[in-house]
Ligand binder design. Sequence first.
Ligand code: C2O
Ligand code: CU
Ligand code: CU
Length: 573
Amino acid sequence: MKRTLFLIIVLLAMQMQSQNAMVIPPVLNGPQYPLNLQNGTYEFFAGHQTATMGVNGNILGPTLIMNEGDAVNIEVTNNLGQPTTIHWHGMHVSASNDGGPHTIIQPGTTWNPQFTVMNRAGTYWYHPHLDEFTDEHVTKGIAGMIIVHDNDELNAGLPVTYGIDDFPVVIQTKDFDNNYQVVNHSNNDDILMVNATINPYLEVPAQVVRLRFLNGSSQRVFNFGLSGNTPFYLIATDGGLLEAPEQLTRLPLSPGERAEILLDLNGKENQTLYLISYASEFGNGIYGATNPGMSPNMTLNNYNPNLLNGNDFNILELRVVAQTANPVTSIPGQFSPINYMTENSADQQRSFSLSPVAMGLNQLNGDFTINGVSFDMNTINISIPLNNTEVWTVTNNSAIAHPFHVHDIQFQILSINGNTNIPAYARGWHDTFLVPAGGGSIKFITKFEDFADDSIPYMYHCHMLNHEDGGMMGAFTVVDIAKVEDQKMTKGITLFPNPSNGTYMTVKLHNQSEKVFSYIIIDELGRMFYQNNFPITERNNLISFPIDKLAPGNYILKVYSDKRIYSIKFFKS
Ligand code: C2O
Ligand code: CU
Ligand code: CU
């Protein structure tokens, strides 16, 4: 972006002359949600049109309001002239309704997910998820909030009147070129906006108000606080309401994450408060700090100069106005119970390494892998037995912090950098959490329940969108072992010899041109034994796999080809 324009904006912000009323996205109440993905233009800067993408409009999308237990019916029509997908980030839905990279909405077609809302009261969101194009489609403007209400929330007496005492706050930074067009995959995101409003102010009534934060930025991490270090109350994280409010003065939020806070503005009529990102307090190794890597000589292309990096800056000016009728005037004390899980209840532990494995000078700019491999549309990286409780340890062997996100589930943080004494904002339910740089780690626990699908995977990935697009993503299926049929020789596949007491078994796909990409072996308890993803040169319709280490017993072989997924029971004698 042009430095001069940016400086003017910063100066204006410093003079506390925020001049644009924060846009409040319109609402769609269910159970029918018609969503039209469209190209458009938007006047971010007075007198200049920027090419955008939006939902039912030119920029962002309507806020979808849902109630726990609702049967919702969404119709997503793609009028973008190019393929995309729409993912319901944080929502617990089946893989076929999840809208990941495999559920492509071709241009001119409508996708019709239908599901029952199972999430707690909280703030979720939707955004495109097309392989290698997520950043472009989100940055151009497609993103919207989902608000789920439930009975615990209503009984608690929390503010719930949208746009009156309950406000969506979608925070994004973008880079614009000299023609006022959005630049994708840019590390020069020096224009900050809230609900697509640059330099915004919001009139808030002098009572208890609720702000729902969504960090919809491609890369930037924020460190929220209020001017004068005014305390606020954290009431919800990604997966919805906490058990009780947590009084805080700082709240970090990485890309993809949501958090809800209450402000107590009683008696503050005519005062002005600022929502600020205290980015000067970030240590090195975070996108948003002075140095995005762990030392100043680790550089990110075009990251500096950018006045947002390592400096405190205003996000939103809050102008306190008169109370509304029937205001909420005190901070409710109790919301909704959470059953915290313990590590010893896990059926399985898994480890994830955010690449690269070795630290070098260039690693901030790629390669982007998880456990040493890049995302591949044709590979299922993990197969998880339905109803497994799992502990995942995610270690960051790179020099920049990565927000790790998992579809389908919400998780509970057990430790950060090995420390089980976690900060208040890390408690509750999360689907995205920042993994500290330089060997840092997070450990979390979750349960994969309700939905199983043999063929359509869910995703886990870094929510820095250019890292995700660059391959820092993997696919997992949740498999209902009990439902896998006995297919000794069926539908185009033969497994031989079966049973066997030998060293190898061989699989043959009857269609000569069909190629095996990978396979896994699972035992009756759902434990996974062998897994192999074949490099391109080794993909064939005939593959052999070792069984020498398998104890005698029944197993399931899952074979992933370029056409479909086969499940076959076999016996090792
Ligand atoms: Cu918000 Cu897989 O993404
Ligand atoms: Cu997601
Ligand atoms: Cu990343």
